[in-house]
Design a protein around this ligand. Structure first.
Ligand code: UN1
Length: 518
C-alpha cells in the first residue's frame, strides 16, 4: 500500500486484491466532493464474487439525498474546472493513464473477482481506459473547433467547443472500467463535472477506479460517485441541474432514460443492446473464422454488447465449420477467471444465469438443437456451458433477442444477399462481421450491413478507442462514443462573431445592401 492515498475504503479493497482471495468486510462509500462518505441513510447493499458466490464488499446504498449532494458538489466544482485551461485538464488525464498503468494488475484482479471476466480480459478492460486517458489527454491541446470566412468586412467568425455543465453517467457491469472511461474522460477534458452511477454489480471496482482520478490530482467535486441500483440512476438523470446524460445498458432502461430526459430537454447518448452476427461465406478461411467465432461468442462469457450471438453460415461450408466449432468449444475451460488456465468465466449473477437457461429452453422448444452445452454447471458460482444452437431460423426468439450469455445461434443461408438480409432483420445494429476472401463480397458487406461497426475477417468484438463506437436502430440514438465523436456528447458548440471595425457599419443596418455594393 503506497503511503498518502486518501481513501479509507481502498485499504480494504487493495489488500483484498493483493491477497487475492481475502474477503472484504468493509464498506465501499460514495465519493462526493473529494470525500469518501457513506450513504446518508447509512444503508448498504452487498457485492458478490460470481465465481464463488462469496461476499466481496458492502456498498453505500444511496438515495435521492446522496444524488443531490453529488450533483451540488459537481455544480460547484464545475465553476473552476471549466476555467482550468484544457491543456492542464489533459495533463491530469495523462496522470490518470500513468496511475492506471501502475495499478493495472490489482484493478484487473479486483474486476475478475467482482464481475467474473477472466483475468486476461480484465487486463484488456483496464487497458482500454489507459488508451482512452492518453487519447483524451491529448484532446486537452486540441478540442478543435474551426474558423470560416464571414460576410462582413472587419469581422471574424469561429466555432468553438464549450463545456456543457454537470453530466450524469450511468454504466453497466460488463466493462466496469472501459465503458465508464469512454464517457468520463471526454467529459472531463472538455471541462464538465461528472456524477457517475455505476452498476450495483461492481461498486468496489468503481470506487477503485475513482480513486485513480483522485490520486492523479483531479480537484474535489469534479468527479463524483454515487452507488446504488436503478432508482439512484433515475434520480440522477432526472435531476434538473444535469445537462447531459450518457447511458450504457439495456434497451428497456435506455429508452426510459431517453424519454425522461427528453421531457427536460437534456442531451442524451445511449448505448444499448446488440444481436451481432458473423457471416461466414463458403470461401472463408476456416481457421480464422473458428477462432473469431469462438472468442466473440464465448469471450467474456458472451456478456459483451459486441458479442457474437448469431452465426450466419453459407450452406457449402456449414458442416466443416460446425465440426471445428464443436471441437474448439469442447476444449474451452470454464471456471474462476483468476486461474490463468480458464477460458470462460461465470455469468455475473443468478438472474443472468436463469435468463440464459430460459432462452435455451425457448430455443429448444422452437426446434433448435444444442450441439454443445445447453446446461448450467453445478457449482457455487454462476457457470453455464458454452452453447452452440443449430437449426435456428431467423424468426426464432433466440435469433432475435439479446441473451447476454455464452449462446450462439446458427442460421444457414444460401448466399450473401440472404446473409445480409438476415443480419439486418433484427432490431439492433451494433456490430457485424463477414469472413470471405472475396474482395467484392467484402465491400458489398461494408456497404450493406446496417450496423455501426463492421468487421472483415475479424470477430464482432475488439473495437479500438480511437474510432466511433455505437450502433444503429435499437442499439442507440445516433450518438457515438469514443473517437472524436465522443466530444459531441459532452460539448456544446458556441459560434462566435467578432466585429473589429470599431464603427457602425452600414452592414449592421442592412446586410444585403452592403454586400450588393461590395
Ligand atoms: C461492451 O460490450 O459494452 O469491442 C463494450 C469490444 C470492446 C468493448 C465492448 N472493446 O468488444
Amino acid at each position: 500500500m503506497r503511503p498518502g492515498r486518501r481513501a479509507v475504503y481502498n485499504r480494504a479493497i487493495l489488500i483484498a486484491v493483493e491477497e487475492s482471495e481475502v474477503r472484504m468486510t468493509q464498506t465501499v462509500h460514495n465519493f462526493i466532493n473529494g470525500q469518501w462518505v457513506p450513504a446518508q441513510s447509512g444503508e448498504t447493499f452487498p457485492s458478490y464474487n460470481p465465481a464463488t458466490a462469496a461476499l466481496l464488499a458492502q456498498a453505500a446504498k444511496s438515495g435521492p439525498a446522496d444524488v443531490a449532494a453529488a450533483v451540488e458538489a459537481a455544480r460547484s466544482a464545475y465553476k473552476n474546472w471549466r476555467l482550468t485551461p484544457a491543456p492542464r485538464r489533459g495533463e491530469i488525464l495523462f496522470k490518470v493513464a500513468q496511475v492506471l498503468t501502475e495499478r493495472k494488475e490489482e484493478l484487473s484482479r479486483l474486476m475478475t473477482q467482482e464481475m467474473g471476466k477472466i483475468l486476461s480480459e480484465a487486463r484488456g478492460d483496464v487497458q482500454e481506459a489507459i488508451d482512452m486517458a492518453y487519447y483524451m489527454g491529448g484532446e486537452g491541446r486540441r478540442l478543435l473547433g474551426y474558423t470560416a470566412p464571414v460576410e462582413m468586412p472587419n469581422k471574424f467568425g469561429m466555432a468553438i467547443r464549450d463545456s456543457a455543465g454537470v453530466v450524469a453517467l450511468v454504466t453497466p457491469w460488463n466493462f466496469p472500467v472501459a465503458v465508464p472511461s469512454w464517457k468520463m474522460l471526454p467529459a472531463l477534458v472538455a471541462g464538465n463535472a461528472v456524477v457517475w452511477k455505476p452498476s450495483e454489480e461492481t461498486p468496489a471496482m468503481s470506487a477503485a477506479f475513482v480513486q485513480v482520478f483522485a490520486d492523479a490530482g483531479l480537484p474535489p467535486g469534479v468527479l463524483n460517485l454515487v452507488l446504488g441500483a436503478g432508482d439512484v440512476g433515475a434520480a440522477l438523470v432526472e435531476h434538473p441541474a444535469v445537462r447531459v446524460v450518457s447511458f450504457t445498458g439495456s434497451t428497456t432502461t435506455g429508452l426510459k432514460v431517453y424519454s425522461g430526459a427528453a421531457a427536460q430537454g437534456k442531451k442524451v447518448s445511449l448505448e444499448m443492446g446488440g444481436k451481432n452476427a458473423i457471416i461466414v461465406l463458403d470461401d472463408a478461411n476456416l481457421d480464422l473464422a473458428v477462432q473469431a467465432i469462438t472468442w466473440s461468442a464465448f469471450g467474456t462469457t458472451g456478456q459483451r454488447c459486441t458479442a457474437t450471438s448469431r452465426l450466419i453460415v453459407q450452406r457449402g461450408i456449414k458442416s466443416k465449420l460446425l465440426d471445428a466449432l464443436v471441437a474448439k468449444g469442447r476444449s474451452l475451460k470454464v471456471g474462476d477467471g483468476l486461474d490463468e488456465a480458464i477460458d470462460v468465466g461465470p455469468l455475473v449473477n443468478e438472474k443472468a444465469l436463469a435468463k440464459v437457461e430460459h432462452y435455451v429452453q425457448v430455443g429448444k422448444g422452437e426446434g433448435a438443437r444444442a450441439l454443445i452445452g445447453g446446461v448450467r454447471i453445478e457449482a457455487p458460482g454462476y457457470f453455464y456451458q458454452p452453447t452452440l444452437l443449430d437449426n435456428v431460423s431467423p424468426e426464432m426468439v433466440v435469433a432475435r433477442e439479446e441473451i447476454f450469455g455464452p449462446v450462439l445461434s446458427i442460421i444457414e443461408v444460401a448466399d450473401l444477399d440472404q446473409a445480409i438480409e438476415i443480419n439486418n432483420s433484427v432490431i439492433y445494429g451494433l456490430s457485424s462481421s463477414i469472413f470471405t476472401e472475396n474482395v467484392n463480397a467484402a465491400f458489398r458487406a461494408i456497404r450493406d450491413l446496417a450496423t455501426g461497426i463492421v468487421y472483415i475477417n475479424h470477430g464482432t468484438t475488439g473495437a479500438e478507442i480511437q474510432f466511433p463506437f455505437g450502433g444503429t436502430r435499437g442499439t442507440g440514438n445516433g450518438m457515438r462514443e469514443a473517437g472524436q465523436t465522443a466530444l459531441d456528447s459532452f460539448t456544446e458548440w458556441k459560434s462566435v462573431y467578432v466585429d473589429f471595425s470599431g464603427r457602425l457599419q452600414r452592414a449592421q443596418i442592412d446586410t444585403d445592401a452592403v454586400l450588393g455594393e461590395l
